[in-house]
Design a protein around this ligand. Sequence first.
Ligand code: CTP
Length: 389
Amino acid sequence: MQTILVGVSGGIAAYKTVQLVSDLLKKGYDVEVIMTENATEFITPLTFSSLTKHNTYVDTFDKHVHYSVEHISLAKKADLFIIAPATANAIAKVANGIADDILTTTFLACTCPKIICPAMNTAMYENPVTMDNIAKCKSYGMKVVEPMSGLLACGDVGKGKLADIDTMIEAIEIYSYKNKPLEGKNVLISAGATKEAIDPVRYITNHSSGKMGYSIAKAARNMGADVTLVSGSDLKEPYGVKVVKIQSARDMKEAIDVHKKAADYIIMAAAVADYRPAEISDHKIKKAGDMTLALERTDDILKGLGEDKTYKLCGFAMETDDLIENAQRKFSEKNLDMIVANDLNTYGAGFQTDTNVVTIITKDNIEKLSIMSKDDLAYEILDRLMEVK
Ligand code: CTP
């Protein structure tokens, strides 16, 4: 189990850190919380202790703590240290090696990855002193999760809101993930459904949510890759991934053509439409009795990618009948290195679900995996694709 140290400095956003800690615990991390004195004006140490089942550390000479050099003990057991919220004052201290309370002493003593999540008034954030301090933190290898723009507690509107919880958790997942076999590699992934316009109001699409492709994008990112995700899905954009939003199969092909040149691995998890309306009406089509829609074929993007490969190529096959035969046919017709086959009729597989049940087919292997979350499966897929000769 990994230990995350959460440093809480004295800003109103400290109340959001309670949710961050709770979500980290649910994800299976061991969490230790360190607060500045000022932070305890906004939220009590007891709130965090009740969640973490650990003492919450506030000052260096806490009489209730059994060991005397707790900042060193905490620093040694930490897999990652995140300061959220990080006030201008806390940032100034850690940028300059000032260690005058347990939060900053432990931070200085930590050799693990460190994340800073600034939260403050816009003018304080944009002050060149703060900007310089943040740049200095980055130059020392600390990661900074940028604040968001919006209405701040002080009534101003601007940049300075603490990043949202999901973004902070994704940053923690990236920087605490120690196995980085895809460092220096470019991974191009497609996800979600395409939408083929009929007229300005209507389109043809399918049930794909994009969850599988998004899980693969996050896993590849955590494994160290530079990830580009070409997406027809409305899911929240993953932190640290380049997302190119598309509508139609034609848009998806164009985006993939741009990015394929740099790719070491391409994974087509998208449910690309096979047909589009032969003509798109400029005006809303008015109803008048029955109608027939003429459709034409879209390009098979994956098949095109199979010609002149300079990358490892993985496709998906979603079937309702003859899973292995159909997937094997697609594997050879599209000149793939790997295909991930799933049967829509299998419990726990398919569109919209958080789990999947797949068979992974390569040139010399057919491997049926048991049901697992799409997040876990993403790592299995990437591990196997890296192994393909
Ligand atoms: N695919 C693609 N371009 C298309 C259609 C599919 O790149 N126009 C890709 C999908 O992203 C997937 C793979 O091809 O990785 C297989 O898609 P699937 O819909 O299962 O099969 P099809 O090739 O469309 O064949 P069929 O409709 O006959 O099952």
